[in-house]
Design a protein around this ligand. Sequence first.
Ligand SMILES: O=C1O[C@H](COP(=O)(O)O)[C@@H](O)[C@H](O)[C@H]1O
Length: 243
Amino acid sequence: MKDGARCHTLADADRLYAAVADRVIALAESAVAARGRFHLALAGGNTPRRLYERLAARDDTDWNRWEIWFGDERCVAPEHQDSNYRMARETLLAHVPIPASQVHPMIADPAIAPERAAADYADALSAHLPQQAGWPILDAVLLGLGPDGHTASLFPGTPILDVLDTPVAAVHVPRLSAWRISLTLPVLAHARHLLFVVEGAGKSDVLARLARGPAAGEPPLPVERVSGPRAEWYLDAAARGSA
Ligand SMILES: O=C1O[C@H](COP(=O)(O)O)[C@@H](O)[C@H](O)[C@H]1O
């Protein structure tokens, strides 16, 4: 993975999150200028916390025009400590004037079956977003990277990787003994911009593996099936390692 227009290595985490925050604000400005709305899907996990805190401090964007979606979610209540929505609320959404009707959590009620919640979310995306060839078009999707090559909740070896007929699906992840809901490969392929954000030495092995590509006979990692010409990578030097 070489630095260039699509891959940016920043010296440290502070500079990484500053660069990504600037990029998100710029994407918001161009989406609002072109279409009057900025439809952004947030990543979960730990990495985005500091990015969201930085975004929350920005007053150079029209928050009224933002629509917040989620790339994936754990099947827990919105107040649960593992909830991606809770993390985003605490770090970003509680601090900026985005109207509540423009924030779209994946799980409103954990009693609803994961498959039903996924189908409802697919309907909500289709109702709110512009479409192309029947697929809702997100302006930007923030994505993380797991050490096993997962992104969103597209984990290696799970059946959601074969889902090609809906933008959102539920998946049971045996390694975690847990259900997740996630955007699927085709809706990610239709997004205008994909921003991967990767921080820390714990991600350097998987980045080195991505730089090498799959060995003969080895299946691609989920992230390799997502990252295409619309993907931009933001890494800190520790994550990059020797990749
Ligand atoms: O499980 C998840 O992990 C990935 C990466 O998470 P991180 O904690 O290593 O940053 C994340 O992109 C995804 O949204 C999350 O649910």
